[in-house]
Structures are given as C-alpha cells and as structure tokens.
Design a protein around this ligand. Structure first.
Ligand SMILES: Nc1ncnc2c1ncn2[C@@H]1O[C@H](COP(=O)(O)OP(=O)(O)OP(=O)(O)O)[C@@H](O)[C@H]1O
Ligand SMILES: [Mg+2]
Length: 330
C-alpha cells in the first residue's frame, strides 16, 4: 500500500537577479526532495533558516508549483492544477495567525464560508458544525463571534487550526505554527495537535526550529540542508543516533536537548549555510563539515540506508558503528 502523501524528487528553482551577474541566476530552494508521509503519522521537518522548509510546505499544499517532481496523494498524482477536492485534503497552518486571518471578519463568517464553499454541511447543520469545530480546538463557542484582534495569540492560532480543520482535511502542514507563541500557548497548541491526531487520525507535517517540540510530537524527522534532505529517520534514531554531521551539529546547538544543564556546551555549528545560489561540487555541507575530506568534493553523497534510517553522508556507516554500542536504536 502506498503512503498517504509521497513527494517524489521535488525541485523548486527560482530565477533571481543578483549583483554577481546581469542575467538571472537559478536559486535551488528545493533540490530533489523525496519524502513519504504515512496516514496518521507526524513527520517533523527541521533545518536552518533558508534550507527550503517553507518552500517544500508550499508544494505540499499546492501553493507553490514545483519545477520538477510529483506530489502523490493516496497513490494519485495531484497534478499541477489541483482539483478543489484534492486541495481540501492537505491544509496549512502558518506561523502568523494575525496575517492569515482577515482582521475585519468574525470567526463565524470565515469558518462558515469555507464549509459552504466545499459543500460539506447542509445549511441546517451549520451552527452545530461550527460549534463542534470550536470544541475540537478547545475554544468556547463565543469565540465564533469575535474578530481576530479580540483574541490572544494562542486562541488565534487555535482559530487558524479550526479554519484548516473546517474543510475536513486528512493532512495538516504546520509551518512554524507555534514559533510566534509564548511557551504556555505553545504547549496548548502542541497538545491540541497531538490530541487531534489521536482523535481524528490526522496526519501532520510539522516544520519547526524547536527540536524539543519536534522530539515530543513527531514519529519521524527529516533534516534539510540547502534544499535537500540530508538525514531521515524515526525521532528516536535522529535524536539518539544522528549520523549526519549537520544533524549532530543542530542537536548540539539546541540547549534544551543537552542531557544535564551543568554539562559544558559543545560548540554550535559554525558558519553560514552556503547560499542556494552557490554551486558547490559534491556534498553541499562540505564547507562547514568537520569531517570533510577530499572524497566529499567528488559528488553529492548518495543515501546510506540503515533500515528505515537514511543519511546522505559518506561517513554515515562508520559513525554508526562508532555509536552502535551506546545508542538505543529502533
Ligand atoms: N518566491 C521566491 N522567490 C525567490 N526566492 C525564494 C522565494 N521563496 C523562497 N525563496 C528562497 O528559497 C530559499 C528557501 O526559502 P524557505 O522560505 O523555503 O526557507 P525556510 O527553510 O522555510 O527558512 P525559515 O526557517 O527562515 O522559514 C531561500 O533562499 C529563500 O530566499
Ligand atoms: Mg520557513
């Protein structure tokens, strides 16, 4: 049986003008990403700013047309012009609920319009459909009569989730959906997403810089660097037995993931990611990699597979042997 969503060799290239050349240059925001998302699972996507996470999210929900590659839903090619029915299936929750909700409109009218547009509920059932949406996101029904500015940040983000759920999607793509919230609102929204997944069987693609939340919420994690997936595995194997030097550096740089707060903090990742415009031969992480050697310059590293874990690094298998004795793996 095929996965619910399959991204097959997706590329998104933008033509941009730079000071380096008078002619437009190609920026490879996403460069050959293949990923699958199983029904009801939560896939985390991590990586430094500019590595292509939001661009990939745009492709998933049909906002960005890929330059190459295919998005399949339940085995079916979603095509360039997605049907209304297929668009409904994958919904996005953005970082900034203020920007994604019209300030002049009451929550009730926004949600009702969406439900109407997709003919999901007969007119007589609208009130109860709206009430149950509020219940799903743990908000009182009076919120239906509020405008976005009358709500707290956490409430607004729950309204944004209700808006996504209004069309009864199977997949929710949350792009930095809790990053703008304070810690307690973050916890509320993360718990809500976990509950929705358990209760509705919702499939979630969760994009975040917060590795602590990724670890709590996600079953699997894909690590992106310079438009590519460089490592992918279960959350357990990523967090306890990361193979790629880039993933290892990301984990070292996350303070809340250190085992004891008294432990000296290892150096964080140095340098900037090479821009998507820079054409680096071989491994794109090579200029920053502490393990880089001449062989890394030859060609982009192929994935080394270890069960369901894959790592695009020629050193992956040897570093696996080095950690195999001490690291619990699935
Ligand atoms: N419409 C566009 N036109 C040109 N370049 C773009 C466009 N959208 C994104 N980019 C570029 O593509 C690259 C990837 O951007 P993207 O927003 O996907 O990164 P990201 O991983 O989501 O970063 P962040 O963590 O900061 O949100 C960046 O270099 C960005 O400048
Ligand atoms: Mg982004």
């Amino acid at each position: 049986m095929s996965a619910l969503v399959e991204l097959d060799d997706i590329a998104v290239h933008f033509k941009v003008r730079t000071h380096r050349s008078v002619l437009p240059t190609t920026l490879r925001a996403v460069d050959g990403v293949s990923l699958t998302v199983e029904r009801s699972e939560c896939l985390g996507v991590v990586g430094e700013s500019g590595c292509g996470k939001s661009t990939l999210a745009g492709v998933l929900v049909g906002l960005t047309e890929p330059t190459a590659g295919q998005v399949r839903y339940d085995g079916q090619d979603m095509g360039v012009r997605r049907s209304k029915e297929l668009r409904r299936r994958i919904q996005m929750v953005f970082q900034d609920p203020v920007a994604s909700l019209n300030p002049r409109r009451r929550v009730r009218s926004v949600l009702a319009e969406l439900i109407d547009c997709h003919d999901l509920v007969p007119d007589a059932g609208m009130t109860s459909a709206l009430n149950s949406l509020m219940e799903m996101v743990n908000l009182p029904t009076r919120v239906l009569d509020a405008r976005p500015r009358e709500l707290s940040g956490g409430q607004r983000q729950r309204v944004a989730i209700a808006r996504a759920l209004a069309v009864r999607p199977d997949v929710l793509v949350a792009d930095e959906a809790v990053s703008a919230l304070d810690v307690s609102a973050q916890a509320t929204v993360v718990n809500l997403l976990a509950d929705l997944r358990a209760e509705l069987g919702l499939t979630i693609v969760f994009i975040s810089h917060d590795l602590g939340i990724i670890r709590t919420l996600c079953d699997r994690v894909a690590v992106m660097y310079a438009g590519r997936v460089v490592e992918e595995g279960t959350a357990d194997t990523i967090f306890t037995g990361a193979q790629h030097p880039y993933t290892q550096a990301l984990l070292r740089a996350a303070p809340d993931l250190r085992r004891r707060s008294t432990e000296p903090r290892p150096p964080a990742l140095e340098g900037e990611p090479s821009g998507a415009l820079d054409l680096i031969t071989g491994c794109p992480f090579r200029p920053r990699c502490p393990e880089a050697e001449a062989a890394c310059a030859k060609a982009p590293p192929p994935f080394i597979h270890d069960g369901s874990h894959r790592t695009a690094c020629i050193h992956a298998s040897s570093s696996h042997r080095a950690t195999a004795d001490t690291t619990p793996r699935n």
